[in-house]
Write a protein that binds this ligand. Structure first.
Ligand code: FE2
Length: 200
C-alpha cells in the first residue's frame, strides 16, 4: 500500500536558529509532524475512501465526510509541510517578486503593513492555530485558522505563507512569548521567494 510520507525538511535542523532552535525542530518536525503522518497512516489503513490516495484528496474527502480525526491529521501534515517551506534561514528568504509586491501594496498599502497584519493575526489567534497570507479572489488577505484547520482546498484560495502558533512551535525557545517568536519569524525568516512562486 502507498503510504503518506513525511516530506524532508528543506534545510538543516539548525538552519533557523536561534529563532527556531534545532531542539525545537527536532520535536516539531521529528515528533509532532512525523506523528501526524504515522497517525494518519494508521487511521486510513484499510479504508477504501482514503488508503492509497494523495494527501490533498484525503483532506478534501475527510472534510466533506466529517471524518474529523482523519481530517485533523491530514490537514496538520499539509500545514506543517507548508510551514517549513514558508520559512527560510536568515538572509535566504529573498524578496517578494515585483508582481507579489504590487499585490501586497494594493491590498495592504505596504510590505511592512502586510507583515504587521500577519504578525497581528498570529498573535491574536486564540489557542492553537495558524496565521496565513492568502491570495483570495483577486486580492491578498491575512487570516488565521484554529487547531488543524487549513485553507487548502477552499475554492479560489491560494495559501502563500503560514506561521504556526501552536505552542509546540515556539515554547522551547520563547516560552509564553508568542509575540516575540512571531516578530522574529516575520522580520527574519519568511520565505518571500516561496510566496512569490506560489503567487505566480
Ligand atoms: Fe506545529
Amino acid at each position: 500500500m502507498k503510504e503518506i510520507t513525511l516530506a524532508p525538511l528543506p534545510y538543516a535542523d539548525d538552519a533557523l536558529a536561534p529563532v527556531i532552535s534545532a531542539k525545537t525542530v527536532s520535536f516539531h518536525y521529528g515528533k509532532h509532524h512525523a506523528g501526524y503522518v504515522k497517525t494518519l497512516n494508521g487511521l486510513i489503513a484499510g479504508i477504501e475512501t482514503y488508503e492509497g490516495r494523495s494527501l490533498e484528496s484525503i483532506i478534501c474527502s475527510s472534510h466533506d465526510l466529517n471524518d474529523t480525526a482523519i481530517y485533523n491529521n491530514a490537514a496538520q501534515i499539509w500545514n506543517h509541510d507548508f510551514y517549513w517551506r514558508s520559512l527560510a534561514p536568515a538572509g535566504k528568504g529573498g524578496e517578494p517578486s515585483a508582481e507579489l509586491l504590487a499585490a501586497i501594496n494594493a491590498s495592504f498599502g505596504s510590505l511592512d503593513a502586510c507583515k504587521t497584519a500577519l504578525a497581528d493575526a498570529a498573535v491574536k489567534r486564540f489557542g492553537s492555530g495558524w496565521a496565513w497570507l492568502l491570495k483570495k479572489g483577486g486580492k491578498l488577505v491575512v487570516e488565521s485558522t484554529p487547531n488543524a484547520d487549513t485553507p487548502f482546498g477552499k475554492p479560489g484560495v491560494t495559501p502563500l505563507l503560514v506561521i504556526d502558533v501552536w505552542e509546540h512551535a515556539y515554547y522551547l525557545d520563547w516560552q509564553n512569548a508568542r509575540a516575540a517568536y512571531v516578530k522574529a519569524v516575520v522580520d527574519g525568516h519568511l520565505n518571500w521567494s516561496f510566496a512569490s512562486s506560489r503567487f505566480a
